[in-house]
Design a binder for this molecule. Structure first.
Ligand SMILES: [Zn+2]
Length: 508
């Protein structure tokens, strides 16, 4: 009896041990995650493992139009090379000089309706691993920070960089700055330059395109703002502490490629839940603000189904003092408030859907937006066409494609610029396009036509499977031309290299 009992206990113990080991194996190999679809937090924490980490404390002063910041970056050398220097973009300095503007000449009045207003980042102090650092600020408009390391940073090693700086916001209707209704802290803090097969990418803030290129990283940001201000930001709100006359907002944003926030003291907000994501529209113009919410929510639901699930708990769309339509940031898009005032036209819907599609093509699957803008813009434009087909049927889709997006844009602009006069290469760096209109014609118009031609050739089933594979394989990473071709090749069993090259480099 005793023995039997002992044996039973022993078996029980072995049973428990096996169960524990099995559960541990399942947890650590990620099988459980695949089966159960983990909550966002775990999925994003997994995606963020081994990535750089930014912690930023920003004191937002709307009277002085400044952000006083302390930033800590855990920078990990994820390459096979030893680094002797590290580089960061200081994008606010691109707004510093009137004679080096980030807008085309004809747009200067739209960008600066009250005359030129300078924006900048003033660096106070930098420590690397606790020691005062040697650094140089240079490049066009002093928008690159070079840190000189004392030794070298070996592959896999980490450096902790601490910086104190002040950001001055310009009165500007471009991406960065403030207007009469709100503040735009976008491309506002020192962000690490990307090191890839071409080495360090130290591009300036070009006038044409969205001249950004970044790696996915983890962010924790605290913003101290006066009471009464609403803040829409990248990531999830991790806390909100009210002090006497100010509020400290805390945002947690794992596995995103940038962090942006927009602030204002007049915003109304409305939300809708799509799957596991809360979509929130911040607006001044109620009727249009609710319409924009509907467009973004429907687009998010459709793209979830068409490309793969959006993994973030929040997606915010914000009516903004901005003259260029819309602009995408991770989990956050800003939308030109002029679109809200003319919300009966198709444009509010089209721009909202376009910027929502960028959450997949730019946000989740990144690319070098200076050299490969066609990849995210072409796909994003074509995703907008797909949304119209899904929501309103084929007739509307064709109408939009033939008149406004893709072929429509290409033909309309060709009418202005005789096509014989322009080099039709889509795949070239943003600064090699003569102006925004030609860039628009080729990167947006012809870029979307490239994807339309693929869909025509292979049919919907293989087309969507290819995009789903491209999304899955490149999510949280940066992709290039070869990655998208690989996805189409793999799904169809054919080689699409020549097809892509014909569209990207030849005359139509
Ligand atoms: Zn775009």
């Amino acid at each position: 009896m005793k023995v039997l009992l002992k044996t039973k206990k022993k078996y029980l113990f072995i049973g428990i041990l096996i169960t524990v080991l099995l559960l541990a194996a399942i947890y650590f190999t990620g099988i459980w995650e695949l089966r159960s679809g983990l909550p966002f937090a775990s999925q994003l924490a997994r995606a963020g493992r081994g990535l750089n980490r930014y912690e930023i404390q920003a004191e937002f002063n709307p009277d002085a139009k400044t952000l006083k910041c302390s930033q800590r970056v855990e920078y990990i050398n994820r390459t096979a090379n030893h680094f002797t220097h590290l580089y960061f973009h200081l994008y606010p300095n691109s707004y510093r000089y009137e004679n080096k503007p980030v807008f085309e000449k004809n747009d200067m009045e739209l960008a600066y309706p009250k005359g030129f207003s300078p924006g900048m980042l003033e660096m106070d102090n930098i420590l690397i691993d606790g020691e005062p650092a040697d650094f140089v600020i240079g490049g066009y408009s002093e928008n690159i920070l070079m840190l000189i390391l004392r030794g070298s940073l070996a592959p896999g090693e980490k450096a902790v960089i601490e910086m104190d700086y002040r950001v001055v916001l310009p009165y500007c209707m471009g991406r960065f700055g403030y207007g009469d209704n709100m503040y735009k802290a976008v491309n506002w803090y020192p962000i690490a330059c990307v090191y890839d097969e071409n080495g360090w990418n130290l591009d300036p803030y070009h006038i044409i395109g969205d001249p950004f290129y970044s790696d996915t990283a983890n962010y924790r940001v605290w913003i101290q703002a006066p009471a009464g201000y609403e803040i829409a930001a990248t990531g999830d709100m991790a806390g909100r502490r009210e002090e006497e006359d100010y509020v400290i907002w805390e945002f947690d944003a794992p596995a995103v490629r940038d962090f942006a926030f927009l602030a204002g003291n007049r915003y109304q907000a409305a939300s809708q839940k799509i799957g596991k994501t809360t979509v929130t529209s911040y607006y001044f113009t109620e009727n249009a603000g609710l319409k924009a919410l509907d467009y973004a929510a429907q687009a998010l639901a459709y793209f979830n189904e068409a490309f793969g699930e959006y993994p973030y708990p929040r997606f915010n769309l914000v009516e903004s003092d901005f003259y260029i339509g819309g602009m995408e940031y991770p989990c956050l898009i800003m939308l030109d408030h002029n679109l809200y005032e003319r919300s009966e036209s198709d444009w509010l819907e089209m721009v909202t859907v376009h910027e929502t599609a960028h959450q997949w093509w730019y946000g989740l699957v990144g690319n070098n937006q200076i050299t490969d803008a066609w990849l995210d813009e072409g796909l994003t434009e074509y995703s907008t066409v797909l949304y119209y087909g899904h929501r309103y049927g084929q007739e509307k889709e064709e109408e939009v494609y033939k008149n406004l997006i893709g072929e429509g844009k290409y033909k309309n602009l060709q009418y202005i610029f005789s096509s014989d006069d322009i080099d039709e290469t889509i795949h070239r760096p943003v600064h090699e396009f003569p102006n925004w209109s030609v860039y628009d014609l080729l990167v947006y118009g012809k870029g979307a036509m490239l994807f339309h031609s693929l869909r025509e050739e292979i049919g919907d089933e293989l087309f969507f499977k290819s995009l789903q594979l491209y999304f899955r394989e490149n999510c949280f990473k940066n992709a290039g031309k070869e990655d998208i071709i690989k996805a189409f090749n793999q799904i169809t069993g054919k080689d699409w290299q020549q097809h892509f090259d014909r569209w990207l480099y030849e005359h139509e």
